[in-house]
Every structure is written in structure tokens, then in C-alpha cells.
Design a protein around this ligand. Structure first.
Ligand SMILES: Cc1cc2nc3c(=O)[nH]c(=O)nc-3n(C[C@H](O)[C@H](O)[C@H](O)COP(=O)(O)O)c2cc1C
Length: 212
């Protein structure tokens, strides 16, 4: 039997449009949660999955910026990190968000682009406090083997913060990963019935309900 294609198209139902807009709003509001240090982390962190020459890899990163109209998100990392090599070889990634309170999962299929020595990286660097900059002061490549525990910054800093001048040494290690969202998949868990939908932006725009 051929099913009618009423839900896939150029004229999506208002319910689909609302879910799509709400999802982007939730992503953007996660940045405010970050500033307020709220305990409801929502979409503040995500799992970023990558492809490797031998399989797949994944890790947690913090969401740093959202452009809902243009469908972009950004995160920060150390330019020497393993994930950077992986993304250089395979720029596509999946970003996975889970909001435990709202029981919503968002899965973003993205194409990444790295910024290191340009104005984009400069702009992001300027927004970072000294606490965040401290993590870019490591003398060693992230993931490199060490003879003992190493805190990820020069040990003389201890629990303190680097001075403005000291923190600038981290700029060379700082990378911004820009993620162009090609598609977003939404899943809401509920006893009343789950809701799953996909919003495709590239190459064509399309909104469609999915069976959970
Ligand atoms: C809550 C949390 C937030 C994290 N945020 C970041 C981040 O924003 N950027 C980052 O590079 N690593 C972040 N990390 C560390 C990564 O998960 C990972 O261990 C590290 O970046 C090395 O990953 P790689 O070897 O795959 O490059 C975070 C870890 C946790 C637990």
C-alpha cells in the first residue's frame, strides 16, 4: 500500500514548525544556563561523535554559541586534541544533546570547520574568562602519556587563575569548531506517546515525522 505523503514537504504542519523552532530556542537558552551556572544543564553540554581511520570516537564538549536563524553551533577545544585530527580527516560529525528534565534528545548532523588563527577564534577567545583560558595552558598534547597525574595546566597555578598576561599563552592552543547543521532530529520521550521528527536543512529543506 502506498501511504499518502502529507507530512513530508514544503508545506509542513504547524506542529512540526513549532517543534523545530522550540528546539533551536532550547539550544540558544542553554547558553544562558551556562552563564547563570544553573543546575538544570539542559543542552549546555553535548556528546560530539567523530569518525576515525579505524572506527568512531565520542566525547563531551560544552556548547559555546548558537545561531538559530543560520543553523550553526560552535564549541571550543585544544588545537592539539585528537578530535581535531579526526575532524580534519572527516569533517562530518554528530552532536547529541539530552535534556533529562524535558526528556528531549536532539541529534544534529553537522559539517565542521576549524578556526584557529583567524578573527572568529579571536572573538571567541575574548569571551573566555581566565578559568576557561587556564585549560589551554597545558604544556603537553592532550591525551599524551605522562609519568604521573598532570592537571592540564602548569602546576604552579594550582587552584588559582592565570593572570591576563599568563592566560594569553593559551591562545596558540585554542581552536573554535564551527558546526553547520545539515539536519536535526528531535525525540521526546513520554508515556502518552513519543514524538520523533527530522528537520533537514541541506541539501534540501524538509520536515518530517518519524516513527519513534
Ligand atoms: C562536562 C565536560 C565538558 C567538557 N567540555 C569540553 C569542551 O568544551 N572542549 C573539549 O575539547 N573538551 C571538553 N571536555 C573533555 C572531553 O570530553 C575530552 O575528554 C577531551 O577533549 C579529549 O578528547 P579527544 O581526545 O577526543 O580530543 C569536557 C568534558 C566534560 C566531562
Amino acid at each position: 500500500m502506498t501511504l499518502p505523503k502529507t507530512s513530508v514537504h514544503s508545506n509542513p504542519s504547524p506542529a512540526l514548525t513549532n517543534i523545530e523552532q522550540d528546539s533551536w530556542e532550547k539550544l540558544a537558552s542553554a547558553l544562558d544556563l551556562d552563564k547563570n551556572r544553573s543546575t538544570n544543564v539542559g543542552f549546555k553540554t553535548m556528546i560530539m561523535a567523530s569518525r576515525t581511520t579505524t572506527g568512531a570516537d565520542a566525547r563531551t564538549v560544552v556548547l559555546r554559541k548558537v545561531d538559530a536563524p543560520q543553523k550553526y553551533v560552535w564549541f571550543h577545544t585544544d588545537v592539539r586534541a585528537e578530535k581535531v585530527m579526526q575532524l580534519e580527516a572527516f569533517p562530518d560529525s554528530t552532536l547529541l544533546f539530552w535534556d533529562d528534565k524535558e526528556q528531549i534528545q536532539l541529534r544534529l548532523l553537522v559539517e565542521t570547520h576549524m578556526h584557529t588563527k583567524d578573527y572568529v577564534a579571536d572573538e571567541h577567545w575574548q569571551t573566555l574568562g581566565f578559568g576557561s583560558r587556564k585549560s589551554y595552558l597545558s604544556e603537553y598534547k592532550p591525551g599524551s602519556e605522562q609519568p604521573g597525574p598532570y592537571p592540564g595546566f602548569p602546576t604552579h597555578l594550582g587552584a588559582g587563575l592565570p593572570s591576563a598576561e599568563e592566560s594569553e599563552a593559551g591562545r596558540n592552543n585554542f581552536a573554535v569548531i564551527e558546526c553547520r547543521v545539515l539536519a536535526m532530529e528531535y525525540l521526546h520521550l513520554s508515556r502518552d506517546g513519543q514524538v520523533r521528527a527530522r528537520f533537514q536543512y541541506e541539501p534540501d529543506s524538509k520536515m518530517v515525522w518519524l516513527a519513534p
